[in-house]
Design a protein around this ligand. Structure first.
Ligand SMILES: Nc1ncnc2c1ncn2[C@@H]1O[C@H](COP(=O)(O)OP(=O)(O)OP(=O)(O)O)[C@@H](O)[C@H]1O
Ligand SMILES: [Mg+2]
Length: 215
């Protein structure tokens, strides 16, 4: 099972929006998927409770019982687990990242957000977790976006597709859905599918190197 964790200590970076969008698109295109909410704010859980669809499955287990939870999901045939995390360091975060196949770090293109990336990266690198950046909530064709691309590319892999600031994302969440469920042929849906394709490529590369692939 692949474990994909959204990580950013900066509040509002776009973790929850990104992780649920990718989880739904994975369920649509790749196979049985589950989501886990480790944020006490419970935004992912509240979103899922507004959904009609039962998939991707919202699973609940304590991070201290992570291995047992993972084993149960694998036994149930879940292939992908997407984990949302809070904008803070909680004690189990290091262990979660050490166990993850991939960390995804959403970053808004602003100097304040770029400044905060170092703290998140410190945690991810300490855990030895493969990671990639995704630019989120970007206004199209701005200098800020170009500057952010250049700054992030120095520190790690950056998804070639940017998730722009689009009302589609919060609008879909009103009914507990994501953009690819509401309307597959919009710019926002294409962005999600493109980012997911990049995520899947990274998972395949790491798996072929024998890294962090679970059973
Ligand atoms: N691409 C986007 N376009 C427009 N709005 C977005 C986009 N991504 C996120 N948002 C909005 O920005 C806000 C913050 O996003 P989100 O809740 O996903 O961030 P977060 O990192 O999970 O926040 P927190 O750190 O509080 O958990 C939300 O209101 C969300 O609807
Ligand atoms: Mg969140």
């Amino acid at each position: 099972m692949h474990i994909i964790v959204a990580a950013s200590q900066k509040g509002g970076a776009g973790k929850t929006t990104l992780i649920r969008s990718l989880a739904v698109a994975t369920q649509q295109a790749h196979g049985p998927t589950a989501i886990l909410d480790t944020d006490p704010q419970g935004s992912l859980t509240s979103w899922w409770n507004r959904r009609e669809a039962q998939e991707p499955a919202l699973v609940k287990f304590d991070l201290v019982d992570f291995e047992a939870g993972v084993a149960k999901l694998e036994a149930a045939g879940i292939e992908y687990l997407f984990v949302d995390t809070p904008p803070s360091v909680h004690p189990e975060m290091g262990a979660l990242l050490a166990r993850a196949s991939l960390a995804i770090v959403p970053v808004r293109p602003s100097p304040d957000d770029l400044d905060a990336v170092g703290d998140t990266l410190g945690l991810i690198e300490e855990a030895g977790c493969p990671f990639l950046f995704v630019l989120t909530q970007a206004k199209p064709r701005t200098r800020l976006q170009m500057q952010a691309v250049m700054a992030l590319a120095k520190h790690g892999k950056l998804a070639p597709t940017v998730m722009h600031d689009r009302t589609d994302f919060p609008t879909a969440a009103i009914s507990g859905r994501t953009v690819t469920e509401v309307e597959p042929e919009t710019a926002s849906s294409r962005e999600v599918r493109d980012v997911l394709q990049y995520v899947m490529e990274q998972l395949r590369k790491d798996a072929s190197k024998g890294m962090r692939k679970v059973a």
